[in-house]
Design a protein. Structure first.
Length: 78
């Protein structure tokens, strides 16, 4: 994952590939913000970190054919 890529990850492009942390509670939000600030302060990335922190909405499980994808395809990475 590259937190400096806006609306993409590698060759995949679109808002569904954005860098985002979803949170349910105020504590999770605080911890995510602290973590992001630590990463920015570490100066690990040349480009600006674009990861957003957003309130989580409802969770929907993926379709069965997406579950355990790597194991089903005997793969190490997608």
């Amino acid at each position: 994952h590259d937190p400096t890529q806006l609306n993409r990850q590698g060759p995949d492009v679109g808002s569904q590939y954005r860098s985002v942390v979803f949170v349910y509670t105020a504590r999770q939000k605080k911890l995510a913000e602290e973590s992001k600030e630590e990463l920015i302060s570490a100066d690990k990335y040349e480009d600006h970190i674009v990861t957003t922190i957003e309130k989580a909405g409802p969770f929907y499980a993926a379709e069965e054919y997406h579950q355990q994808y790597l194991a089903k395809h005997n793969a190490k990475v997608c």
